[in-house]
Design a protein around this ligand. Structure first.
Ligand code: ADP
Length: 188
């Protein structure tokens, strides 16, 4: 089944200069990238993304990790990508490895590059969606429709919550004119 999955290269992955290694490893899954961007993660976004961990004692520290508060000012961000293809969710999870980097197979991304911090947080360098429902929830949380080159889910016209800034000296084009909007419909 053709699926989409959200991948985040977390602040530790960026700090360890692992972006290239991780993308190379993920290319083994034979998927295509249909959206990508660098995001400075707000507490609101981190809380929404990890809402299933709210009751965990490590919740606050995981939020701080995602917000980039553990890895220095130059790494207070994540690199977010959406992959698409046959069994994308399982293929990426397999390459990512188990949540606990000590238990992850050493040939997986988390097994090779992750660690457990002194505060006990699994710094596992990458996030990957765990199910189709989670993938949809996460992709629609992290990306606007016009940031993707495929139409995935139903859309409506709506004003975004805050005004978008534009370059003072730039030409303002619609996202689709920048080649970032959907180029073909994946939904009939
Ligand atoms: P996954 O990221 O594999 O989908 P979870 O959604 O359960 O796993 O956890 C989200 C993130 O929270 C993990 O990737 C890891 O960084 C951190 N985490 C999860 N469980 C623990 C734990 N028991 N102790 C410390 N950190 C954890």
């Amino acid at each position: 089944m053709i699926q989409q999955t959200l991948v985040l290269i977390k602040p530790d992955g960026l700090k360890k200069s692992l972006t290239g290694n991780i993308l190379t490893k993920l290319s083994e899954a034979r998927l295509t990238i249909i959206g990508s961007k660098t995001v400075r993660v707000s507490r609101e976004l981190a809380e929404a993304h990890y809402r299933h961990l709210k009751a965990e004692p490590f919740f606050d520290e995981v939020l701080r990790y995602s917000e980039g508060k553990l890895h220095g000012k130059s790494y207070d961000r994540v690199f977010a990508l959406v992959y698409q293809g046959e069994d994308a969710i399982e293929r990426v999870r397999k390459i990512a490895g188990a949540t606990n980097p000590e238990q992850a197979d050493p040939t997986t991304i988390r097994g090779a590059y992750g660690r457990i911090s002194t505060k006990g947080i699994f710094e596992n360098v990458i996030h990957a969606s765990s199910s189709p429902d989670e993938a949809e929830r996460e992709i629609t949380l992290w990306f606007y429709p016009d940031e993707m080159v495929e139409d995935l889910y139903a859309t409506v016209s709506a004003p975004v919550p805050s005004p978008h800034r534009v370059w003072k000296t730039g030409t303002v084009l619609a996202p689709s004119a920048l080649g970032r909007g959907p180029v073909k419909s994946a939904v009939s």
